[in-house]
Write a protein that binds this ligand. Sequence first.
Ligand code: GLY
Length: 573
Amino acid sequence: MYCPPLIRQKLLFVAFQVTAVIVFTVHPFSILKAQQSEGAYAKGMVVCAYPDAAQAGLAILKKGGTAVDAAVAVQFALAVTLPQAGNIGGGGFMVYRSAKGQAATLDFREKAPAMASEKMYLDATGNVIPNKSLYTHQAAGVPGSVDGMVQAHQKYGKLPWSMLVQPAIDLAHKGFKVTEHLANDLNHNQADFSRLNSERTNYFAKATPWKAGDILVLEDLAKTLTLIRDKGRSGFYEGAVAAQITNEMKAGQGLITQADLDNYHSVWRKPVVGKYKQYKVITMPPPSSGGIALLQLLHSVEPYSLSRWGHNQDTTVQLITEAERRVYADRSKYLGDPDFYKVPVDSLLNPAYITGRMANFTWAQATPSSSIKPGSFAGYESDQTTHYSIVDGQGNAVSITTTLNGSFGNKIFVKGAGFLLNNEMDDFSSKPGVPNMYGLVGGKANSIQPGKRMLSSMTPTILEKNEKLFMVVGTPGGSTIITSVFQTILNVIEFNQDAQQAVSSKRFHHQWLPDEVMIENNALNETVLRKLQQKGYKITTRGNIGRVDAIVVTPKGLTGGADPRGDDTKAGW
Ligand code: GLY
């Protein structure tokens, strides 16, 4: 799909809002031995993208629930209150670190339906059909969120499942207060909702524009959530809701069948684990590109004096940009679903390889992206060498990133079931070298195959310092997820910012192609801008980059960073 720069820019602007990040930690008081002070909590904290969902999670913690119990409550509450991204019609990833230091990741990413095929978005002449992978029934992958929550709860939950789903049912049934952000998004998308849904199934239809304070009631969604509460996995993948999904598919030439729903299962995967200085980084393996890319980025900048140079200074921005350029080039070639493509994890994370990638970086001028290709290495490594460790801990921590892909996914409701479907199929490479909605290119590793998971950038991450929990972080933002998580970690470790400053600080982004540094408004001062431009960097200003939600453990206790770019909220006790 050819995407003119202006449209691409607009898509990028829309796309940054799309993914909900839920970050939770629980610290048993006796273990943390932290003093509670203002803004720092000893017994637990939730930072997530919507106030009602944060309260739902906190209430579960107060009832004695685990971090995973709170995660389930927040996931379903966001499926009601954050329809742009919170979901039961999408998927996501969880990174978990137990109070005893046990680390695990859960992949509940959507899968391509069995009827999907490599060229399904191409016309007869081999060109990508605009929007087919975005705003049609065929844009939807088989949803994974409900299975993921069930799996996570079975392994790490304590409170009864029904207690965790109930808050979401109450929000949908009684209604919740629309924020200004949500009102704007609902109004902005109203024409699409009307075009893509019948009048009866546009659950966001309203005679007058939405405004902050309006109450949104979602009765059909409440019924669906009730079935999930009472029947767990089978309340979604079987019976009435499954029939509603397959009927919706038949009505709109979609591909998801009952067999696809029966065959959907989330997967526990070994975390990708690396080191940055004295910190251990526990993060998401493929089919996310995020964990590998994050570790590559951290290793690329580790030898340099970032803390001396300072936050968003010219040398800092130049170094980070050059690292990002090289890492995203690798992403385009080597990352995909490990169940279908042998991702060369160890080669990509080999310190000598990463150092070598930075060897042609020069301070004198920008390296043109045209001169950077994905790296090459001698051959694939053996299977058993991925880093992972079990560590002693100080509390349970969960970092979850979950998504519909585009804002409101494919914008198509499942008739009668009241929820939106994802458009995650656009995260596949529809055609080698042709950018997706985030401007990302890919090839064979991320080609469409039945049952395959599409490559993601989601980077839920947990850091330890001295074998104790230090930071829990993640963000939405499509292709900018990786760089936002990277810069937030640097803000804390290198630039000594507290959790809130680190999250609020202005960000920038480079992804190899297009060859430009995208910055938030006022992210860089005039002097820095001039110096970078003199060296040949093309700099473009765009809207917000990411919505990071983070928790940092300090001697005072748990401190949170809730992104002011959205309705993000921190709640602790
Ligand atoms: N849908 C965005 C991502 O997974 O990267």
